[in-house]
Design a protein around this ligand. Structure first.
Ligand SMILES: [Zn+2]
Ligand SMILES: [Zn+2]
Length: 455
């Protein structure tokens, strides 16, 4: 039996940017959503995927690749519209989502009064009903209107991005569709890199985050660690403290482990480390799952690191007497967050430094700081124009594959078709051209939101 024209794909969000990732697949009558994210920088209903594109379509399952907000944040809104849809994710993603979605209830109700906010009870209910599926375990899908006796086989593969992150493999008759989610092919400090399915893929739906960044610009892990240690030692020995803004999920745990390892091996000056908030709760989920995910070593235990809680650091002037490292969320220094609060003080201190270690969206306070240097004027960061007195340094510790790795990924999976998502047009163009030139007979789609593609 041929399946041509029986698999339809529509992007609802997150196709041309890192935003509200949400992709619809209809496989022979079974409706599946891959991810259901929220755009972190947009407000109200503009932050949601274009759910209206689902009108008149069947929806049976929502499969979540990982618990970052741009992949899961809109789930409570979707479930109000489709209460019967089954939610599938790895056990670790569900565990983290319980923390992050409850946290979003609090944040959304504080900052966005126009939003039809969901409640803590709704979050509990939706995650209690979610199905957890372990990595590489087989699970069979068959929607209400599935028109064949053959079910769709689902398996999750560790994507190496954050705890619980998965690439999603869907197999149906002769089709093997892999949605990468956010994927890191090589290892980080804790996560040991993605595991890929062994067999050939027919359709690869891949992220393109770093498609427009030359891999050399990101550097390699060893040289970035050494640069980080040299700069940190110089700041700390001059009596300064270091602020590192991070995402609470993923980046914080990786950076904390790197700093701890460098202190233990004697390369980095031993100073107090401050952490706090949601990141400390997520850290326990990392520890608990260190034997069941693809970890660099199950001996790496984050809770064993001696840290102090930055919520107890009320008098910032104390850090002038005692140099320290503060690892604080949010990663993009959004207003009313700890990293934003600390940065206002850090910027006024001559021998202090802010180390940027992650992705910054344009138009965020973090992006303003990341692009400034000592002596510059910052106009919109504080209530008054601010002269930057501290050092600002950027380091690359990516949680996504660099573009050479994305090409490697395509070569290893050798797909007949590639759908490019989760990146800007230039990023997708670079990946697309490279794959086109090096993979024989491959068909490539640079996906746009709303566009329908027949697989
Ligand atoms: Zn992510
Ligand atoms: Zn993402």
């Amino acid at each position: 039996m041929k399946t041509e024209n029986k698999i339809k794909f529509i992007a609802l969000g997150g196709a041309e940017e890192i935003g509200a990732s949400c992709f619809y697949l209809n496989i022979d009558g079974t409706g599946i959503l891959l991810d259901c994210g929220i755009h972190p920088q947009r407000k109200g209903f503009d932050a949601l995927p274009r759910f209206e594109l689902l009108d008149e379509l069947d929806l049976d399952y929502v499969i979540i690749s990982h618990a970052h907000q741009d992949h899961i944040g809109a789930l409570p809104f979707l479930i109000k519209k489709f209460p019967h849809a089954k939610i599938l994710a790895t056990p670790q993603t569900i565990e983290v989502a319980i923390l992050t979605l409850h946290n979003s209830v609090r944040i959304l109700s504080e900052v966005d009064e126009d939003m039809l906010v969901y409640t803590h009870e709704e979050v509990d209910l939706l995650l209690q009903c979610a199905f957890d599926i372990k990595y590489e375990e087989e699970f069979y899908l068959k929607g209400l209107r599935h028109s064949s006796s053959e079910p769709i086989k689902l398996r999750f593969y560790d994507a190496g991005h954050i705890i619980g992150s998965a690439s999603i493999l869907l197999e149906y008759l002769h089709e093997r569709i892999l949605y990468t989610g956010d994927i890191k092919l090589s290892k980080q400090f804790l996560m040991n890199g993605a595991i890929l399915p062994g067999e050939r893929i027919t359709t690869l739906i891949t992220e393109s985050t770093y498609g427009n960044t030359p891999s050399e610009a990101i550097g390699n892990l060893r040289s970035e660690i050494s640069r980080f240690v040299t700069r940190a030692n110089s700041i700390l020995s001059s009596g300064g403290s270091i602020l590192i803004p991070v995402f609470a999920l993923g980046k914080m745990q990786e950076i904390l482990w790197m700093i701890h390892s460098q202190i233990v091996n004697g390369r980095l000056t031993n100073v107090p480390i401050f952490t706090g908030g949601l990141a400390n709760k997520i850290l326990k989920i990392y520890d608990k799952n260190r034997y069941v995910v693809n970890y660099t070593s199950s001996e790496n235990v984050l809770s064993d690191i001696n840290t102090f809680n930055y919520f107890e650091l009320n008098d910032f002037h104390k850090v002038r007497k005692n140099p320290c490292i503060v690892i604080a969320s949010s990663g993009m220094m959004l207003p009313n967050t700890s990293s934003n609060r600390f940065a206002k003080f850090w910027l006024t201190q001559n021998n202090f430094a802010i180390f940027i270690v992650g992705y910054m969206d344009d138009q965020t306070p973090g992006s303003q700081v990341a692009n400034a240097k000592k002596g510059d004027l910052l106009e919109n960061f504080s209530s008054e124009t601010q002269v930057v007195k501290c050092d600002i340094e950027r380091f690359y510790f990516p949680t996504h594959s660099n573009r050479n790795e994305l090409i490697q990924l395509a070569h290893r999976l050798n797909p007949g078709r590639i759908l490019l998502i989760h990146g800007d047009d230039n990023a997708k163009q670079w990946i697309g051209e490279n794959c086109m030139n090096t993979l024989q007979g491959v068909r490539i789609n640079s996906v746009n939101v709303g566009q329908r593609i027949i697989i």
